[in-house]
Design a protein around this ligand. Structure first.
Ligand SMILES: Nc1ncnc2c1ncn2[C@@H]1O[C@H](COP(=O)(O)OP(=O)(O)OP(=O)(O)O)[C@@H](O)[C@H]1O
Length: 246
């Protein structure tokens, strides 16, 4: 087994994954993510972005290949140890909001901290800070069903940031948001990551979102490629910019 480079907080080698029905999802993907880096995995729908993030986060185990986090192999770790690592060091944002309906907004945002053992008052303070940064402070005592879909997604983002995870995995994190909201929330997310030293791995098929990352890894049909063509977005002079390369 070859150990990963010291500079990489997350490192994957030759990941292969095929779904139970035989659909191929990853065909030998290798990548390294440096500490504090914001890395965008880009590609069209079905290119394997979600599967790659799930493998890197230890939510799915690749049939072949290795995943290392700070020099610790995830691919040989037992399920309970992996779940503990995920709870204590990783954050996850899904493309659609998923909250506990019985809890208030602040309780939802504070939940990962409380699961890690943080006291209720300290967890509430941390959750409120992030809810405030995401313009949700006045919704803190509401239940999820009283919020709009976009507000619920912003609660999920606050919930993921509140424990200051080592690595934040964000799968199309702003998919449910309107365009104006999207840019603002992405700026909050990336500036929070930079100021708190959070490494971010985000999946997106949107060139505008990918442009906020330090580096992009284009995927196509479960493999790394040099360039993928993403939906065109106008640059500052109104010209379409429609491909990304590494
Ligand atoms: N549960 C599943 N069972 C079978 N095949 C699946 C399943 N989930 C995804 N796939 C297939 O695996 C491949 C990779 O899917 P994946 O969701 O990782 O791609 P993606 O780039 O994240 O796409 P999207 O942007 O649509 O989420 C696709 O061909 C997809 O159809």
């Amino acid at each position: 087994m070859v150990a990963p480079p010291d500079s990489d907080v997350l490192w994957a080698r030759a990941l292969y994954f095929r779904h139970k029905d035989g659909s191929p999802a990853l065909g030998g993907v290798s990548l390294g993510v440096e500490e504090g880096e914001i890395l965008a995995v880009v590609g069209p729908r079905g290119s394997g972005k979600t599967t790659l993030l799930r493998c890197l986060a230890g939510l799915t185990t690749a049939q072949r290949g290795e995943v290392w986090f700070t020099g610790v192999p995830l691919h040989t770790m037992g399920r309970i140890a992996r779940e503990r690592l995920r709870r204590d060091r990783f954050g996850w944002i899904d493309p659609a909001p998923s909250l506990v309906p019985e809890l208030t907004v602040w309780e939802n945002a504070a939940l990962p901290l409380m699961l890690r053992g943080t006291g209720r008052a300290a967890a509430r303070t941390a959750a409120m800070e992030w809810l405030d940064r995401l313009d949700l402070a006045d919704r803190a005592r509401r239940r999820p069903h009283e919020l709009t879909h976009a507000e619920r997604q912003r609660v999920c983002i606050a919930r993921a940031l509140a424990p200051t995870p080592g690595v934040l995995f964000a799968d199309e994190p702003t998919a449910p948001l309107h365009r104006a909201d999207r840019a603002r929330v992405l700026r909050t997310l990336t500036s929070a990551a930079r100021s708190h030293g959070i490494t971010v791995v985000l999946a997106t098929h949107d060139a505008e979102t990918a442009a906020l990352a330090d580096r992009t890894v284009p995927l196509l049909d479960g493999r790394r490629v040099t360039t993928v063509h993403l939906p065109p977005v106008p640059d500052s002079e109104g010209r379409p910019a429609c491909s990304l390369s590494v």
